[in-house]
Design a binder for this molecule. Structure first.
Ligand code: ADP
Ligand code: ADP
Length: 231
């Protein structure tokens, strides 16, 4: 499903430039559950942003579901992002003035679906993350773990082929982190492809494959027996 070949990403800062990724080759198949780890500055977020079509590589090729991403224009990229990718961030990135239901329905606006249909799908996605009773709440009326569930519902509502999560438990206490990981485990068990960034071993232990980046290169890529969520 994902094929990265010789991917490099160079950031320019005035005269200087920096290779955040250098020659990354990576295949990820449908329904894999991958944790991306590595020290701070090793290129994890850069790689996630490329996988999520938020940014494009300086060189190399990225084929997602048979389409060559590097050849697409901004419009086409935005469409792929909207249809194929669900993104979850460390800091939730919910819109504070919109209800939980409207936050989750937001990605469907770009698909031209009528409001009733958007609400139906959003409420279904909120049911999947256990928040069917919070549709009318505002984000600041929810706990951190609940806000991240809303963000997961928003990522899922458009039925993306890949769920990407960049440090999804970074702002949560360890118990709430385990609850969020139990949710990712369940989504994976239902067939969702999941790729997450974490620097915590307990979180990475949930995945079936752990890829470690160091200095913009893949240092190791290991299959493992996942640890079941502790709740
Ligand atoms: P990680 O997520 O593993 O901490 P990042 O992918 O965020 O690593 O960053 C990799 C390297 O690229 C770091 O040295 C970082 O400072 C640099 N970098 C990231 N984003 C930018 C940017 N927009 N401009 C310049 N340098 C960047
Ligand atoms: P943090 O909590 O440290 O800001 P996040 O996980 O929220 O980290 O964000 C990770 C990266 O994704 C950051 O570099 C951020 O700039 C970028 N980012 C966050 N939200 C969006 C968005 N809606 N669209 C594009 N990029 C985003």
């Amino acid at each position: 499903m994902i094929v990265l070949s010789s991917i490099s990403k160079r950031y320019r800062m005035g005269e200087e430039s920096f290779n955040a990724l250098a020659g990354v080759d990576l295949h990820i198949a449908r329904n894999e559950y991958v944790a991306l780890t590595g020290p701070s500055g090793s290129g994890k977020s850069t790689l996630m942003n490329l996988l999520g079509c938020l940014d494009s590589p300086s060189s190399g090729s990225y084929v997602l579901n048979g389409r060559d991403i590097a050849s697409l224009n901004d419009n086409e990229l935005a469409q792929i992002r909207n249809r194929e990718i669900g993104f979850v961030f460390q800091s939730f990135h919910l819109l504070p003035r919109l209800s939980v239901l409207s936050n989750v329905a937001q990605p469907l606006v770009y698909r031209g679906l009528p409001p009733k249909e958007r609400e139906r799908l959003a409420s279904e996605a909120l049911g999947r993350v256990g928040l069917a009773s919070k549709l009318k709440h505002l984000p600041n009326q929810l706990s951190g773990g609940q806000r991240q569930r809303v963000a997961v519902a928003r990522a899922l509502v458009g039925q993306p082929s890949i769920l990407l999560a960049d440090e999804p438990t970074g702002n949560l206490d360890s118990r709430t982190s385990e609850e969020i990981m139990a949710l990712f485990d369940a989504l994976h068990a239902e067939g969702q492809t999941v790729i997450l960034v974490t620097h915590e071993a307990d979180i990475a232990a949930h995945a079936h494959r752990v890829i470690r980046l160091v200095d913009g290169r893949i240092e190791s890529d290991l299959r493992q027996s996942p640890r079941e969520a502790a709740c």
